[in-house]
Design a binder for this molecule. Structure first.
Ligand SMILES: [Zn+2]
Ligand SMILES: [Zn+2]
Length: 330
């Protein structure tokens, strides 16, 4: 049984398709632009599951297209729910796959050089207090997720400030780091319309995590991105989840900034009261019951906040020789 594809017209020939993903957000937005003349473009590709492939096929068919007709793929960021099918589209259609230049190396390291990178990743998490049982499951969890991701064999760079033609208009390439180091946005000034990916989301706070392979201050990056979005003040934004289209971006950016400042205040107060490693801080900041993968996200998010404070001089850290962990102090 096929159901009608969840296809929303965005502007002109550009459509947003809601594609199911096996995550709590339920759907990811895949954009399809099918102009009468000019390249057929797909923006983001979802994670490889039979349901996602079917939804994309149905969406393409509703626009009179099929996989083979795609000429160009643009990826907002390298996370599995956005990048998963990029290699499949590339193979089936010969489409050129594009990402922001900053993101290409990260995607490459994460998806192609995982085995090389994993030990450094594990050491980083252990140095910040992640318990042994969580470390042990981390490699296996990650390998499982990787079956659903087919990285592209060649990725072409897009650069901040460059212009891209889509739906008959010119869109400016934006760099919106924080949730991912090389997160790309596309800005149509004429229509005050932003393709935002996960840089801003209406219902959840986009995860901002520090890992061994990220830029050193992802929260600092993200606070700047929020400032940029506030100034840009788009009428509408196409978002990666809980969309496909949201309004009120400026107010949401302010709300998210206040949310991160609250967390920074929390950490400052917590370490002043009782020095601790980032994992202990993450248990205090996210006291609710989380599974192991949830706890790792919580650690990475806490670390992004703790390191942002440290780089600003608000807290400092020392190496505990006995426990072999970094301890944060106020
Ligand atoms: Zn993401
Ligand atoms: Zn996402």
């Amino acid at each position: 049984m096929t159901t009608a594809p969840l296809l929303t017209p965005v502007t002109g020939t550009l459509h947003a398709l809601q594609v199911p993903i096996p995550y709590p957000m339920k759907y990811v937005t895949v954009l399809i632009d099918a102009p009468a003349h000019g390249p057929v473009t797909m923006i983001d590709t979802a994670l490889d599951t039979p349901e996602a492939r079917q939804a994309i096929e149905d969406g393409l068919a509703a626009l009179g297209l099929h996989w083979e007709g795609i000429d160009r793929v643009i990826i907002t960021h390298h996370h599995p729910d956005h990048y998963g099918l990029a290699g499949v589209v590339e193979e089936r259609s010969g489409a050129r796959v594009h990402m922001l230049d900053v993101e290409i190396g990260r995607g490459e390291r994460y998806w192609h050089l995982w085995e090389e990178w994993l030990p450094g990743h594990l050491k980083f998490m252990r140095d910040h207090g992640l318990p042994a049982e969580s470390l042990a499951s981390m490699g296996a969890d990650n390998r499982r997720g990787r079956d659903r991701v087919h990285p592209a064999s060649a990725v072409q760079p897009l650069r901040e400030g460059q212009s891209v033609e889509l739906a008959g208009s010119e869109w400016e390439v934006l760099w919106l780091p924080g949730h991912a180091d090389g997160h790309l946005g596309l800005w149509n000034e004429h229509e005050s319309l932003l393709i935002a990916g996960d840089a801003i989301l209406p219902r959840i706070s986009p995860n901002v995590g520090l890992y061994a392979y990220t830029r050193p201050d992802p929260l600092g990056d993200y606070l700047q991105t929020l400032g940029k979005l506030e100034l840009l003040n788009p009428d509408r934004a196409v978002v990666g989840h809980h969309g496909p289209v949201m309004t009120g971006v400026q107010a949401r950016a302010r709300e998210l900034r206040a949310h991160h400042h609250e967390r920074l205040d929390f950490i400052r107060a917590e370490v002043a009261r009782r020095p601790g490693d980032a994992y202990a801080l993450s248990l205090a900041m996210f006291p609710r019951d989380l599974n192991m993968s949830g706890r790792r996200f919580a650690l990475a998010e806490t670390l992004a906040h703790a390191e942002h404070l440290r780089l600003l001089g608000g807290v400092y850290r020392t190496w505990d020789e006995t426990r072999e962990v970094w301890v944060y102090h106020g």
